[in-house]
Design a protein. Structure first.
Ligand code: MTE
Ligand code: MO
Length: 391
């Protein structure tokens, strides 16, 4: 089913970006904020939000001729304009989008992996405005809480318009199970706003999918089609990428079909107020950063160690200024990261370590070697910062 629209095949019409971003690859454009910029606010400004692309950025500004085709294993296929989507009830969901490749550079230091290198900022936390995917699906006759349609549809596939070399010049694609898409509590959105503004081209203008609690790769930008399909999407990024293999599998032994596409991400945290290179004056040092987990699990604890992991001290967690964070409470944003803060007394050269525990009591692994994988995804080991003090 070829899409109606096609993005550019070269990089001559890229949007402008904030000059302070760390650029990890120019074409396709892949960039992250500096650590300090990332945690300066709970809601990440669009400028500092992760930019993760596999091809040139599409231009879909002829909004009068734009529509999303909804088809596949259903009786009532439809073409929906942006206005049709905007007529549905609007939801604002604050959700963190994290790329599965976050912290890949560090994993590659232990043993080389393939993929764009990222420091600890391949994520961002935004308030996404849009229709719920299940309301869009209801328009074509799919009821809520459905795992299979009468014609055998079990997955919802999202197809974009960007041309990705990995798809042999075809568009980026991904799918999620129908049961996930039609679960009202999963908050899957067809979004047209980011932080109260119209989506920027870099982030999927005019429409993108947001799948909260799931690796960023499934939140397809520049939406062209939504199809109900029988089996999960066969695209490159579902079948030949973004799968988690054990450390024993390498490029000569990999059998892609033995693993399912990665969906939820595991518990993660990182220190963002400090870099390995900082020369610190001995005394009190403020340590801030973020923690998050997938699947809507909250953050139960964030702990800091300065003695190599023998003893740990809890850090203060927060989302909104002045509101104490309680995992699972209605006052917290369940799909969003939690920022943390603590003060450490640094006497001499010190290594500071952070780890988080989520509301299912999952803990980050100590060492990168036990989770090493050839594509360098889901590096969630304890995050270390090495501080040198000035005398
Ligand atoms: N959608 C399209 N059409 N093309 C892409 O290359 N990249 C995916 C996802 N959706 C991608 C896409 C990946 S891997 C991630 S991590 C997120 O978009 C990044 O979204 P962002 O650039 O808005 O931060
Ligand atoms: Mo990603």
């Amino acid at each position: 089913m070829p899409g109606a629209l096609r993005g550019p095949s070269d990089y001559s019409q890229e949007p402008s970006r904030h000059p302070s971003l760390r650029i990890n690859a120019k074409e396709p454009f892949n960039a992250e904020a500096t650590r300090r910029d990332l945690v300066a606010s709970y809601i990440t400004p669009v400028d500092f939000f992760l930019k993760r692309n596999h091809g040139p950025i599409p231009i879909l500004d002829d909004i009068d001729s734009y529509y999303v085709t909804i088809g596949g294993l259903i009786d009532r296929p439809a073409k929906l304009t942006l206005d049709d989507i905007k007529k549905l009830p609007k939801y604002n969901v604050t959700a963190t989008l994290q790329c599965a490749g976050n912290r890949r550079t560090q994993m590659s230091r232990s043993r080389k992996v393939r993929g764009v290198g990222w420091d600890v900022c391949a994520l961002g936390n935004a308030t996404w405005g849009g229709a719920k995917l299940l309301d869009v699906l209801q328009l074509i006759g799919v009821p809520y809480h459905t795992e299979i349609t009468p014609s055998g549809g079990k997955h919802v596939e999202f197809t974009s318009v960007d041309q990705c070399p990995e798809e042999k010049g075809g568009p980026y694609k991904a799918s999620i199970p129908l049961g996930h898409a039609t679960n009202p509590a999963a908050d899957v959105l067809v979004a047209y706003e980011m932080n109260g503004e119209v989506l920027k081209r870099d982030h999927g203008y005019p429409l993108r999918v947001i799948v909260p609690g799931v690796i960023g790769a499934r939140s397809v930008k520049w939406l062209d089609r939504i199809d109900i399909i029988e089996e999960e999407c066969q695209g490159f990024f579902m079948q030949k990428d973004y799968k988690m293999f054990p450390p024993s599998v390498d490029w000569d032994t990999i059998v892609w079909s033995t693993r399912k596409p990665q969906m939820d991400y595991p518990v993660q945290s990182a220190i963002c107020s400090l870099e390995d290179t900082n020369a610190i004056i001995p005394g009190e040092v403020t340590v801030t950063g973020y923690a998050l987990s997938g699947g809507g699990r909250g953050i139960e604890r964030v702990e800091i160690s300065t003695d190599g992991g023998k003893t740990w001290v809890g850090a203060v967690r927060y989302q909104k200024e002045g509101v104490p964070y309680i995992a699972g409470d209605i006052t917290s944003d369940k799909w969003a990261w939690v920022l943390f803060k603590t003060v450490v007394d640094v006497k001499g050269d010190t290594e500071i370590i952070v780890k988080a525990v989520d509301s299912s009591a999952n803990v980050q692994p100590e060492s990168v070697d036990t989770i090493w994988n050839l594509r360098g995804i889901l590096n969630t080991c304890w995050h270390h910062v090495h501080l040198l003090t000035t005398r």
